[in-house]
Design a protein around this ligand. Structure first.
Ligand code: FE2
Length: 195
């Protein structure tokens, strides 16, 4: 994680968070992920190519703030996933596992509806239904991804340790146990053919 724009301090830090759009201030780090950045994780590659040629829309934005002290480095993240699909597959985050196998994370849904997918890649898979006010603890060694199945932006907040690290290999190669597809206007879970 890039920490260059944040000052190390042992003093308390207070941020202002906007519940409606997931932005907080100050917000030194912003990443924007478009369909082309997520091409490998969507199942329908023809739909990926079409979406890219039709304007390559933004799928989600992530902001994060590392609270760097002399003793420990916690971080706050917030993500805003736009409503939409690539083919039939709902917009979602890329998903990741933590580089460190002893690091968990807490996610808090503040707006929208969808699912938090958690997969230990060894047979344990859960999809937590999400709406505003739902908080989920993601244990260590679980891949995690959020899917927006609603018609408004899905906003969630995360807290984690800076040293947790992000790894994407398993998520890109194998994906999660289920795909979340829009069928008849509603989400449906389909077993992932790659698994
Ligand atoms: Fe994470």
């Amino acid at each position: 994680m890039d920490q260059s724009k944040t000052t190390r301090t042992n003093l308390p830090t207070t941020l202002e968070f906007n519940l409606a759009n997931g932005q907080f201030f100050p917000s030194p780090h912003l990443d924007v992920r478009r369909v082309s950045d997520l091409a490998a994780v969507f199942s329908d590659q023809e739909a990926v190519e079409k979406a890219i040629s039709d304007g390559n829309p933004i799928v989600y934005e992530i902001r994060h703030y590392p609270f760097l002290t002399e003793k420990t480095d916690m971080a706050l993240g917030s993500s805003m996933i736009l409503p939409g699909t690539v083919g039939d597959e709902y917009f979602m985050t890329k998903g990741h596992m933590h580089e460190r196998d002893d690091q968990s994370e807490i996610y808090y849904c503040v707006q929208g509806e969808g699912f938090l997918l958690m997969d230990d890649m060894k047979g344990e898979f859960q999809a937590a239904p999400w709406k505003p006010g739902i908080i989920t603890h993601i244990p260590p060694q679980y891949a995690h991804r959020v899917v927006n199945t609603g018609c408004v932006p899905l906003v969630f907040v995360s807290t984690f340790h800076v040293s947790a690290g992000h790894v994407y290999g398993a998520v890109i190669e194998k994906g999660f146990a289920a795909l979340v597809l829009r069928r008849g206007g509603k989400p449906e879970f389909i077993p992932n053919p790659k698994r």
